[in-house]
Design a protein around this ligand. Structure first.
Ligand code: BEZ
Length: 258
């Protein structure tokens, strides 16, 4: 992952990241499932899973977010681990992940899929949501123009696949894909400077090595360009697109008939 998380800002100003994740919980079938919340962040959704009666545990790569998760939910178990190279001692009934995979480069996605597959029992469920094709496209286009107007190159730092690409990846990894959906979800941002704050919080790598003043000028210019499109009735809206879906690890008894 290419970001250093600030747990407090995340919880105070960008809580929609996990608040929107609640509806994803409905995709998990069965009761009292053992579930790994992969990329659990501050633990809010791990706790929501536990509140639904599941045996939920969280894993995250960020020490800062794990500290927040452990402080918020001392009765739950959280471990540090990297989504592309983790191993579990006892496989789970389900792996759940919200708003994580877009942080992982395309080349490392097969390793991630393999880790999830290995972390599941046969028949286990994989429920996921993250940024899909076209996610924040207007914002990234505006940033790209602002960079290029200043003779800089903008490299969009996220993985936002189409349904076909991602479901093929899952199938190549041995999963049976049950459902996948690409959905627009315009998301209201907090505050008058909501868009600029969002860019500062989430789009960090393109600005590495750029003097801070120039970075701020670029952000101002992008926000100005986006005002007609993304500023409505006194609030900024980010043009989110989610790729949401469910896949299963085939049960051992399943043959290769199709
Ligand atoms: C997302 O949740 O889709 C997302 C958030 C921040 C940066 C990129 C994507």
């Amino acid at each position: 992952m290419n970001i250093q998380w600030d747990a407090e800002t995340y919880a105070n100003d960008f809580s929609f990241v996990y608040q929107y994740g609640h509806s994803l919980l409905d995709l998990i079938e069965g009761e009292n499932q053992s579930i790994l919340d992969l990329g659990c962040g501050n633990g809010a959704l791990t706790n929501a899973l536990a509140s639904r009666g599941h045996r939920a545990e969280g894993m995250d790569a960020s020490g800062e977010l794990l500290c927040a998760a452990r402080a918020n939910y001392p009765d739950l178990h959280f471990t540090q681990g990297d989504a592309v190279c983790f191993r579990v001692e006892t496989p789970y009934d389900a792996v759940f992940s919200n708003a994580v995979f877009h942080w992982i480069e395309r080349e490392r996605q097969p390793a991630l899929t393999a880790c999830v597959f290995d972390a599941l029992k046969p028949g286990g469920q994989f429920v996921f949501e993250f940024g899909g094709y076209g996610n924040n496209a207007r914002i990234h286009r505006a940033l790209q123009s602002a960079f290029e107007a200043r003779n800089r190159t903008y490299i969009m730092p996220f993985y936002f696949p189409k349904i076909g690409e991602y479901t093929s990846l899952l199938e190549q990894g041995g999963f049976l894909v049950k459902s996948a959906l690409l959905l627009d979800r315009p998301t209201k941002l907090k505050g008058r400077d909501g868009l600029r704050d969002w860019i500062r919080m989430f789009v960090k790598t393109p600005f590495a090595g750029i003097p801070q003043e120039l970075g701020e000028e670029i952000i101002r210019s992008a926000a100005e360009e986006l005002k007609d499109d993304l500023y409505k009735d006194g609030a900024w809206y980010a043009d989110y697109v989610r790729l949401r879906g469910k896949a299963v690890k085939p049960p051992l008894s399943e043959g290769t008939f199709s």
